[in-house]
Design a protein around this ligand. Sequence first.
Ligand code: NAG
Ligand code: NAG
Ligand code: NAG
Length: 418
Amino acid sequence: MMDTNTALGIAACVLISIATACSDDHKNTQRLSNGGDLQSNSKTLPMHYYEEFDPVNQNGSELLSRRKRSGLYGFYDFQHYPFYEEIEAYLKNLAHLNNDVEFFTIGKSYEGRDIMAIKISNGASGNPILFIDGGIHGREWVSPTSALYAIQQFIVDRMKYRWLYNIDIVVVPLLNPDGYEYSRTHDRMWRKNRSWNRYTGCMGVHLNRNFDIDWNHSSQVRDPCKETYAGPAAFSEPETQALRDYFNAHGSRIKVHVTIHSPITAIMYPWGIAGYRLPWNQNILECLAGNAASAVKSKSKSDYRVGSVREILKKISAGSSIDWTMIHEGAKTSFALELPGKYPNGEYNFQPAERYIVYIGEQAYAMLKVFAKFTQTEECHNTKNHYPKQKPRVNPIIHKTQNTGDITWDWLKMKFQG
Ligand SMILES: *[C@@H]1O[C@H](CO)[C@@H](O)[C@H](O)[C@H]1NC(C)=O
Ligand SMILES: *[C@@H]1O[C@H](CO)[C@@H](O)[C@H](O)[C@H]1NC(C)=O
Ligand SMILES: *[C@H]1O[C@H](CO)[C@@H](O)[C@H](O)[C@@H]1NC(C)=O
């Protein structure tokens, strides 16, 4: 356990490790020309950097040999994509060195890896919770790194901002550790979990279709060999069970749920399910997503699109985590952050070059701070005054929809939780 100065020292070591010897691994990575200052690093990047991502250019064996070369565990330099064991060591070290940081696990993956979590808290009971998860899809590598970056920044900023001190921040940086590791060592495009279907020989469940909200919605999600396979039953997977159980245990304290994805460059809120219009607290969701987009825009000039999952993706995605947490008694506000990633030809890039890890992490953190503020105040003042100041509604507005008639909160609960 340690005092504030030591904590700052550690955080600073992590922060400036770009230029120092917190880890020797950075010597082998592509580096920005000037080390040491994250802000100035960002400014050296091209304005439309997200169209200039290039592939990581490393295969599994290269990455494995890199891990062997990496000397010091317990620090992470944000200059390479970390292995599971590096993440574990880093998180445990943060908890070891900071009184207000706790390492715990919320379950085990199919292959038996711990699903790790960090809680940043002043220890008071009943604090509102901001819940963040990353890495539900194996191949979206900037998701876990951005979650790790946010953990580090929250620890540092808490010492500056009182309002951050009075909320609990819970982060699960790698919800699907099996899929992540597999994507690093075998198949860079792997997205599902690593479970095996004995009838078809196909592996994996699309975890973000496995939540109990309109699960098994269409033929697209019923074929175990498809990438969109929703699993043999809702919550069949240990990874989704782990998230569900945490929400069931801490439900009403969780004010915001944020799940981090890539590479679409968007801020999305429910619904992904079919048939219903926007949720009853649409105003608050739009206000927060709009403020998050403004926050990141003022920092990086990136344009994040804002809208419901269905609007942004232009398709139904039933069984997703944010739809489920939306109807859970806790988080009445839930968001999916889609971080950027593109090749020069415009195609999506799930593994941007390592030199962009910090830059994308900063974007995620700019947005997450907006959600942290809301966790504390439960009010959203739109920074551009497009939306009225408003508290989230506990009681639903009844939406008439074209397809399905009247939707009420009770009806949703009955349909999806009964
Ligand atoms: C992977 O990287 C190793 C080490 O650089 C190299 O020897 C090997 O040929 C590469 N394999 C493929 C399939 O690119
Ligand atoms: C999924 O939906 C299909 C089509 O309605 C149905 O035949 C199947 O039994 C459902 N699966 C489960 C496990 O409910
Ligand atoms: C992911 O892992 C498998 C699922 O099928 C579960 O049994 C595991 O619980 C999980 N998926 C599958 C299909 O095996």
